[in-house]
Design a protein around this ligand. Structure first.
Ligand SMILES: [Zn+2]
Length: 74
């Protein structure tokens, strides 16, 4: 098994180690304080950010090294 410390990129079919955490919220499904996260590699950060961004879901993009999941992650 791979090291559990490094999450894999959330992009479909991508198995690269994640470098970024995309924090998002879908107001139709989630309460405003709820935070969902996607992991993204260097290559897919832009693609995934745009996917969430055009829907108005994206809250912030944080470098994985700086990411501290202090709120509940699911
Ligand atoms: Zn990727």
């Amino acid at each position: 098994m791979d090291s559990p410390q490094t999450p894999m990129c959330s992009a479909k079919g991508c198995r690269a180690d994640a470098r970024w955490v995309l924090v998002w919220n879908n107001p139709k499904l989630h309460t405003p304080d709820r935070r969902k996260t996607w992991a993204a590699c260097e290559e897919h950060r832009e693609h995934l950010s745009q996917f969430l961004g055009v829907r108005g879901f994206l809250k912030e993009v944080v470098a994985l090294a700086d990411w501290t999941p202090d709120t509940e992650a699911s």
